[in-house]
Design a protein around this ligand. Structure first.
Ligand code: NAD
Length: 475
């Protein structure tokens, strides 16, 4: 039996479907401090019940054909589209991101698009050889129960990135959203469960203890984790006892290298959104920009002009395209890094002057020039609206600075000459290198980190294979 309601007129209607009857934890709007809603406080016993239910539902779900499961994924995309505005408003209020720009409505649209794309991929058994000596086939079987643990920056979209390939491959799923943004994921899962078979998708809301219980549970066959490198390492340790499969999408500190032949005015808007998408709170955002000395000032000036034209404010205001930091701790990280850069003698081109008298965790769009590669604003992940811009003289120097860190999620090269850019791209230690854009993920392109940014791949057919047990049949 599935839940009856199929569409919610407002985000309040959706909230009332996921809030507990009494109690729960108040979740506040990071732009205003107002209470958005109450999240259930699930316990370790609730996690165990969800895993048991997912375990019981898995054989039936896994026995369906790919076409049947893809049919359900497409229905799930329809359900999202039917509830798109309620979901976007809930996401905007809880996460802080504006409705417009590449933000809440965009994220909800991407959830539906990702489900449809994941439903469309072909994954057939592969014949490895077939000759007089025999035949070998490679099949991809379900793993069982997948635990999906997510962060607070793109809570709905990352949730879909985890659950869509897991379900497509015949697994059942228990999700644990971030304690900062549980309502978005609970609302999304509620909408999906209006069309999915009962028991195959669960969401449990809670903190680190709930995450630990899910990640370490012997009945969970695989953990999909997106979040910080520190938590990823804890999950690797807890996976050892049961040799659990893991996909880890961890922190990044993506470099962008602007070659001397680039046109600063032409690339400025791309650079801006590469860095400031979701107000900088994006795993694969451009977080350190390296610009050749010949076009350094021109690039800084062009970026500042774009930054000045991008309104920041409360998410429900249709004019805004930048929002607050999602939480006080992240606000403080950004404020402290910019302050330290200022004190080190770096030049604040714009921003760097938050108005503490206003409600909300708003930190102004900040560009910091004339900053050293060793400065903490460059070397640490700021995860907010403050971009350091480092000057370089030779390509070797730029590549060396880009590769100096222990993380390598994404990177970008900006140039008027695609071949020159590709040569530089090949030298960068990162899972994805974009040319003349940054952070442009696509459901058809596998995505994953190099170095301590994680392992395993998401998206595309490669992503599906990471949610399956390979099995050889040989005769
Ligand atoms: P986080 O690691 O603090 O929390 C992520 C999730 O893990 C939360 O749901 C949390 O409750 C849970 N958790 C915490 N401790 C746990 C444990 N010991 N066992 C199991 N679960 C546990 O990360 P965050 O602050 O929510 O997210 C920000 C970070 O995520 C940034 O570093 C960012 O770069 C990274 N990120 C990476 C990607 C990517 O695709 N690579 C995407 C988004 C965010």
């Amino acid at each position: 039996m599935t839940i009856e309601a199929t569409s919610f007129a407002t985000h309040e209607d959706l909230l009332s479907a996921v809030e507990p009857a009494v109690g729960g934890r108040e979740i506040k709007d990071p732009a205003t401090g107002e209470v958005v809603g109450r999240a259930p406080e699930h316990t370790v016993a609730d996690v165990e019940a969800a895993i048991a239910s997912a375990r019981a539902a898995q054989p039936g779900w896994g026995a369906l054909s790919h076409a049947e499961r893809s049919g359900f994924l497409n229905k799930a995309a329809d359900a999202i589209e039917a509830n798109a505005e309620a979901l976007a408003v809930l996401l905007s209020r809880e996460q802080g991101k504006p409705l417009n720009g590449p933000n809440a409505r965009f994220e909800v649209g991407a959830c539906a698009a990702w489900l449809r794309a994941t439903a469309s991929f072909e994954i057939e058994p592969e014949v490895l050889f077939d000759d007089e000596g025999g035949r070998a086939e490679l099949h991809h079987r379900p793993l069982g129960v997948v635990g999906a643990i997510g962060p607070w920056n793109w809570p709905m979209m990352i949730g879909i990135w985890q659950l869509a390939p897991a379900l497509r491959m015949g697994n059942t799923v228990v999700m644990k959203p971030s304690e900062y943004t549980p309502l978005s994921v609970l609302g999304l899962v509620h909408v999906l469960n209006t069309v999915l078979p009962e028991g195959i998708l669960h969401a449990v809301s809670g903190g680190r203890d709930v995450g630990e219980a899910l990640a370490g549970h012997p009945e969970v066959d695989k953990v999909m984790f997106t979040g910080s490198t520190a938590t990823g390492k804890a999950i690797i340790r807890s996976s050892a006892d049961t040799v659990k499969r893991l996909t880890l999408e961890l922190g990044g500190n993506d470099a962008g290298i602007v070659l001397p032949d680039a046109d600063p005015k032409a690339i400025a808007e791309g650079l801006f959104w590469g860095a400031f998408i979701n107000t900088g709170q994006t795993c694969a955002a451009l977080k350190r920009l390296y610009v050749h000395e010949d076009i350094y000032e021109e690039t800084v000036t062009a970026l500042a002009a774009v930054a000045a034209a991008m309104p920041m404010g409360v998410g429900l205001d249709e004019n805004n395209v930048l929002g607050p930091l999602q939480n006080r701790a992240q606000y403080q990280i950004v404020a402290d890094l910019v302050q330290a850069a200022k004190e080190s003698g770096a030049r604040i081109v714009t921003g760097g002057n938050p108005d503490e008298s206003q409600p909300g965790f708003f930190y102004p769009t900040t560009l910091v020039a004339d900053v050293d590669n060793e400065n903490p604003l460059v070397a640490e992940e700021q995860f907010g609206p403050a971009l350091p811009i480092v000057k370089y003289s030779t390509i070797d120097e730029a590549v060396e600075m880009a590769n100096a860190l222990e993380v390598g999620l994404g990177a970008s090269v900006w140039s008027s000459n695609r071949d020159a850019a590709r040569e530089v791209a090949a030298r960068i230690e990162a899972g994805t290198v974009w040319i003349n854009k940054h952070g442009a993920v696509d459901p058809r392109m596998p995505f994953g980190g190099a170095k301590q940014s994680g392992y395993g791949l998401e998206f595309g057919v490669e992503g599906l294979k990471h949610l399956a047990q390979p099995q050889i049949i040989n005769y």
